[in-house]
Design a protein around this ligand. Structure first.
Ligand SMILES: *[C@@H]1O[C@H](CO)[C@@H](O)[C@H](O)[C@H]1NC(C)=O
Ligand SMILES: *[C@@H]1O[C@H](CO)[C@@H](O)[C@H](O)[C@H]1NC(C)=O
Ligand SMILES: *[C@@H]1O[C@H](CO)[C@@H](O)[C@H](O)[C@H]1NC(C)=O
Length: 574
């Protein structure tokens, strides 16, 4: 396919990419109408949300400051070789949680019988007897200590949280903020202190369905402008082109759970195994004649002290043609990889308060990621499989994010390894390329330098909507799929990135080419262009969320992706 027809295709299919979506360029008839029940008025929602997000941010920093003083000795005495609580996924404990996001990166409205979209499975394997090592393979001598109960996972918006010594969790009557509280609550049950606290691997589920008539994913509000004076956004009506079968299309999935239980492999070893699985196709009017959407993540070990193996399946359906499933290592506190919500997770967070309180999470250019990936089924041509998606947040003036949604900017970089994914950046589509590329030897090549710019190394670049001095021509990233502005740098396998351990060419690491990767993400992310206002000091690039998984992006037919992930580690300077 020639560049022109590729561009036409882009225009027709419009570009949108999840937590990572860019502005749709053409009309499409997909969107349905109608309001959700139980949901507050648009303006009321924003007013109540924004200041509270800021409060949550602030209170967490205060909390950290206190905890840092108390825990300072412990933290300093620890050698840092890994950023993770469960380096290499080798713990004999299972620590995993699930988070559901709608298109706007929120929980969204929920009916009375729906649980708040956070779940966890946190289990310790303990010996039920003192018979000793000879009986290690007898699974009846082991038991599972479940830290999370069914009643915890079933908490709904507004429910009071069970008492938990010391910490208090607010039964907020707002689905978005309740989900954040629930994540914190589940984390408090799962927390491991050895001695730095950590919580769980995070399974992220997100649907790309967007009902533009739902009044969700707000883009403009007079009262919000009055508060923060954000840049003006385009009217929604021009952006109509998102998948949606009608009212209710932005629902959270129904999640089923096989709790971790003891498993004995060939009578030779004992470990835990369990799963989360479910579907988005939950509506009462669902005919059931189509293939239903499906996802599952199950975990097991092949050797007792070996890595957990997380086995994933994701299937899109007619009604849910755009779904995402990732396994994330998130920071143990602070903003969640660019989302303005308090998160809990796997990546140690140290707060340095001598120069203002900041997170100490993997930082460009000094960190690496090790991961074994086995892609079993690709998920069709629309499956944008990310062999690493990294998420961070900083302002266009280079300063750290502070919870102000009008100036905080989410920054993502992803390498897409599906060989069917084309380079949309090209000499005839410079607006989808970053303004320049830094070569392996540090040389800067502008995107109009057709001799030297490696167009095939980029799927696309898009600029944050509030980039006041973005170099023309540019495409703006989607304004709806994130509560704040976002910027995206999406890469493709290429010799330019191979020097950092990334796939060198299309097909590397894809179906039939399972590998253990050691990715110098720090060095790669140091070479990437991210927008900043002219003359501002370069931001420190910190990445509080690192994940692997796929985004099947508006598939015209049902498609299934399947893969396993193991040995995940994030290495930082000791
Ligand atoms: C959950 O457990 C049931 C009963 O053991 C089993 O049939 C099913 O395959 C499991 N589901 C997943 C996704 O592991
Ligand atoms: C597995 O780990 C446990 C606890 O760390 C240790 O006691 C045991 O010797 C290890 N077993 C093997 C086979 O390495
Ligand atoms: C290429 O782009 C750079 C940076 O925008 C600009 O300075 C230069 O004049 C451009 N060169 C050509 C030949 O257009």
């Amino acid at each position: 396919m020639g560049r022109q027809s590729t561009l036409t295709l882009i225009l027709l299919t419009f570009l949108a990419l999840s937590s990572v979506t860019i502005v749709p360029l053409a009309e499409n008839s997909g969107a349905g109408g109608g309001d959700f029940p139980k949901f507050k008025q648009e303006s009321e929602w924003w007013i109540s949300l924004v200041p509270r997000v800021k409060d949550i941010w602030k209170s967490s920093i205060l909390f950290d400051r206190k905890q840092q003083m108390e825990g300072a000795k412990n933290y300093e005495s620890v050698e840092h070789g890994t950023a993770l609580g469960d380096p290499g996924m080798r713990s004999d404990r299972m620590r995993v949680a699930v988070e559901g996001w709608n298109f706007c990166n929120r929980a969204g409205p929920q009916t009375d019988n729906e649980v708040s979209p956070r779940w966890a499975d946190c289990a310790d394997l303990t010996s039920a007897s003192s018979t000793g090592f000879q009986a290690i393979d007898d699974k009846t001598l082991w038991k599972v200590d479940q830290k999370v109960l069914e009643t915890d996972n079933n908490l709904k918006t507004g429910d009071a949280f069970p008492e938990k010594g010391g910490e208090e969790f607010q039964p907020i009557d707002d689905p978005d903020l309740y989900a954040v509280e629930k994540e914190k609550y589940l984390a408090s049950l799962c927390q491991v202190n050895d001695p730095k606290p950590w919580h769980f691997w995070m399974i992220m589920l997100k649907s790309g369905n967007f009902d533009v008539n739902s009044k969700l994913c707000h883009t403009e509000d007079v009262s919000l402008s009055a508060l923060y004076n954000p840049p003006r956004r385009q009217p929604l009506v021009q952006q109509n082109g998102f998948p949606c079968f009608g009212p209710g299309c932005m629902n959270q999935p129904r999640v089923s759970h096989n709790w971790s239980q003891v498993e004995s492999k060939n009578g030779a070893s004992v470990s835990l195994t369990g799963s989360f699985y479910g579907t988005y196709d939950v509506g009462a009017d669902y005919s059931g004649s189509d293939t239903k959407s499906y996802f599952s993540v199950d975990w097991y070990k092949n050797e007792p002290n070996g890595s957990w193996i997380f086995h994933h399946i994701l299937r899109v359906s007619d009604r849910y043609p755009w779904l995402m499933l990732y396994l994330r290592a998130d920071a143990t506190r602070g903003g969640s990889g660019g989302y303005p919500w308090e998160t809990r997770g796997m990546m140690h967070t140290v707060i340095l308060c001598s120069v203002g309180c900041v997170q100490q999470v993997p930082e460009t250019p000094n960190f690496k990621v090790v991961v074994t990936l086995n892609v079993i089924r690709g998920g069709g041509p629309q499956s944008q499989f990310y062999l690493l998606d990294i998420g961070g947040c900083w302002k266009n003036n280079g300063k750290q994010c502070n919870g102000d949604l009008s100036t905080d900017v989410t920054r993502y970089s992803e390498m897409i390894i599906n060989p069917d994914t084309p380079a949309w950046c090209g000499p005839d589509s410079l607006d989808l390329c970053p303004p320049y590329h830094i070569s392996t030897n540090g040389q800067k090549y502008y995107r109009n330098d057709t001799m030297n710019f490696p167009y095939d190394a980029y799927h696309l670049y898009c600029a944050p909507y509030n980039a006041a001095f973005a170099e023309k021509p540019f495409k703006e990233c989607d304004r709806f799929s994130n509560p704040q502005a976002q910027e995206l740098v999406q890469l493709l396998p290429h010799p330019e990135w191979e020097v950092h351990g990334y796939p060198a060419k299309k097909g590397d690491g894809w179906v039939g080419d399972s590998r253990t990767w050691e990715l110098d993400v720090g060095a790669l992310s140091n070479r990437l262009y991210f927008y900043q206002d002219p003359g501002t000091p370069p931001a420190t690039r910190r990445w509080p969320s690192i994940d692997v998984g796929t985004e099947i992006y508006i598939s015209s037919s049902s498609a299934t992706a399947e893969w396993t992930l193991s040995n995940f580690d994030v290495l930082i300077p000791a």
